[in-house]
Design a protein around this ligand. Sequence first.
Ligand code: AMP
Ligand code: GLY
Length: 445
Amino acid sequence: MNILLLGSGGREHALAWKLAQSPLCETLWASPGNPGIREVIAEVNARRDTSDEAGLLGTCFETDLTDHAGIVDFCETHRIGLVVIGPEAPLVDGLADTLRGAGIPVFGPSGRAARLEGSKGFTKDLCEKAGIPTAGYVRAASEAEAMAALDRFGAPVVVKADGLAAGKGVTVAMTMSEAQDAVREIFAGRFGEAGAEAVIEEFLEGEEASYFALTDGGTIVSFGSAQDHKRVGDGDTGPNTGGMGAYSPAPVVTPDIERQVMTRIIAPTVKAMEDEGCPYSGVLYAGLMLTAAGPKLIEYNCRFGDPECQVLMMRLESDLVEVLSACATNRLGAIEPPRFSPRSALTVVMAARGYPGTPDKGGAIAGIAEAEQDGGAKVFHAGTARTGNGELVASGGRVLNVTATGASVGEAKDAAYAAVDRIDFPSGFCRGDIGWREVERERQG
Ligand code: AMP
Ligand code: GLY
């Protein structure tokens, strides 16, 4: 099968790495891709017998992800049998609809189904209708309505821009004045269209965890749990980021909690989406708060988490091409459910100094081969580029995902940080405590 992967981050490098391990993967193409994905594609190409099919070798190439007709054209010319869409923006923008309309199998939801991530208000209304446990909320279309809602909840309270805001649209306000500032910012246009509406939410207390499920709209299968670390600094301090590290599985998601999440949150969502006339297909990534009253939904994402995907891929034992392809073609019920290693995987994000503000770009990176020696770790590229003379440099905020496995979270953490120590990235930094909650629990036995 010829496969096209869209996206350029560590999540997509991990997907590429796992897709390439499948005997079903004949050629792999990526747009825009990154230097790590380019290496994966070179390995796929190297194992290919091109004697009678000259020219059919994968590559990374630039496209405009909003040019849906251009992507369909590419897929037809290259006989693409599966498109995997990594990031949320093209999904919310309806790229999967255009591809499906052209008869091209695609992993990822339709634009209307991707509203689960694209509109927080849509998701809250859906949860209310279906009785899915989540924080109490008010949708507000004006500053005055939002301010009135704040009074109703009192501090602490959570203020969210309705639409996609690159992870920056949420304020967990501990005081009323912080909450009022957040409301003013939204309606002053800080998030553009994404802030045309706001959602004011009850503050939930508990530990956060992520849960993943795959569905083709009918069958639903578990795709594991993980825990992310959103704050930039050790001890969960400092500003929010896209995620500074993750591990999987998250033992706080016990088998009992998993059952509750599946029966009270995921399954009713899939059913409600069908009832809405927009059946969901792809990965449902549920951000959960494990409260004293049971797990509650914080938010949905319509794509894999980044860096959660990296730890899931490290543990996945099933053939990723078979799984994603079955999901894309409504055959999820016809294959074995995805299997994962019981071992823990942990990833440490190495970021460029300045992140999550303006990151220092262009810093040299060396030592990846040393970090990966003896198969002890896997380093995924998240924001790297090659200069004209082939030198690897930082090109984004989150730069590398140094990932390892172990019999416990503590062991995986030690292996990942041993690999971090071998990487020479003077303009980079990372958190030193990824996995701390679980390592602490393991220590206490
Ligand atoms: P989101 O961008 O929706 O994932 O929100 C970012 C972060 O804000 C989440 O990971 C939570 O830590 C926090 N958050 C969002 N909603 C709530 C809520 N209702 N109560 C407490 N914390 C929340
Ligand atoms: N790591 C959080 C996210 O992917 O949204």
